[in-house]
Design a protein around this ligand. Structure first.
Ligand code: 5RP
Length: 224
């Protein structure tokens, strides 16, 4: 099975967590795109979606799924999203698609976070994947120096030689070389740095369940 097929498998499996009549929280990325395609097949059975990025919103709307603003809905029963890394407690690194801020907002509004990922994303400790951090541009260099003091090398994310601009009109630093021993403490600390919009460690908004795509099928990890 290819990585793409593993992603499709967990995208399909996530439908089991969607109850009829609900508004579904929808993440961002190539794995979530598989889920959105599955959601399209049952669109008449759901009330709609809350989306974590302009890209997911466009894909949902193209399939005829209504997309609601966070402010127009109450608590969301379930949020389905991918991850760049997930550890054995459900802590994640996210933001490879630059959507981390809205992902954290929708996750915070949701009762349960169901992570869908292929097995390459499961790690013993977070930090091998360069940590995405959304920052206010004027603070980027100082934040990079703060990461250097922790042993990390922060690189501005660029595309075609230009800074990547997020859906919130901010920039992304990708921090290499970190080893994150205590995800909750790390997230709490970096969140306080002036100019940090969102750090891509999801420990407060961790996953309750991970549907992991393996060559033997979908493995369900429950984190409580
Ligand atoms: C986007 C994310 C994605 O969930 C993460 O990058 C995983 O993406 P993919 O499913 O394409 O591997 O956090 O900001």
């Amino acid at each position: 099975m290819t990585q793409d097929e593993l992603k499709a498998m967990v995208g399909r499996a996530a439908l089991d967590y969607v109850a009829p009549g609900e508004i579904v929280g929808v993440g961002t990325g190539s794995t979530v795109n598989k889920f959105i395609d599955e959601l399209g097949r049952i669109k008449d059975r759901i009330a709609g979606a809350v989306s974590s990025s302009d890209a997911s919103t466009a894909r949902l709307r193209a399939l005829g799924i209504a997309v609601f603003d966070c402010n127009d809905v109450g608590e969301i029963a379930v949020y389905i999203d991918g991850a760049d890394e997930i550890d054995g407690q459900g802590h994640m690194v996210k933001g490879g698609g630059a959507a981390l801020t809205r992902e954290k907002i929708v996750a915070a509004q949701s009762r349960r976070f169901i992570c869908i990922a292929d097995e390459s994303k499961l790690v013993g400790k977070l930090g091998a994947f360069p940590l995405p951090v959304e920052v206010i541009p004027m603070a980027a260099q100082r934040i990079a120096r703060q990461f250097a003091a922790l042993g990390g090398q922060a690189m501005p994310r660029t595309r075609d030689g230009q800074p990547v601009v997020t859906d919130n009109s901010q920039h992304i630093l990708d921090v290499h070389g970190l080893s994150i021993d205590d995800p909750l403490a790390f997230e709490s600390s970096v969140n306080q740095w002036p100019g940090v919009v969102t750090v891509g460690v999801f420990a407060r908004q961790k996953a309750q369940v991970c549907l992991l795509g393996t060559l033997d099928g979908v493995r369900t990890l429950n984190f409580g």
